[in-house]
Design a protein around this ligand. Structure first.
Ligand code: SF4
Ligand code: SF4
Length: 68
């Protein structure tokens, strides 16, 4: 399941450089995860890095984009 950044995002930018597949980009007004790129950090890290670094728990599993 891809992750999706919810409206809690404060656009702090911490998550963007941590994504191993460059799925996160700065949007307006919040950051955005490309569900076609997000691999849930599988094969890279033990846990989703965007979740690990986010101070407000904005990245959440997105049921609209199940694992392919
Ligand atoms: S879960 Fe991993 S691959 Fe997906 S957006 Fe977050 S850091 Fe990137
Ligand atoms: S770390 Fe969290 S609050 Fe900061 S830009 Fe990413 S999703 Fe938004």
């Amino acid at each position: 399941m891809a992750y999706k950044i919810n409206e809690e995002c404060t656009a702090c930018g911490l998550c963007e450089p941590e994504c191993p597949v460059q799925a996160i980009t700065e949007g307006d007004p919040i950051y955005i995860i490309d569900p076609d790129k997000c691999v849930e950090c599988d094969g890279h890290f033990d846990e989703p890095q965007c979740v690990a670094v986010c101070p407000v728990d904005a990245p959440q599993p997105d049921p609209d984009h199940p694992k392919k």
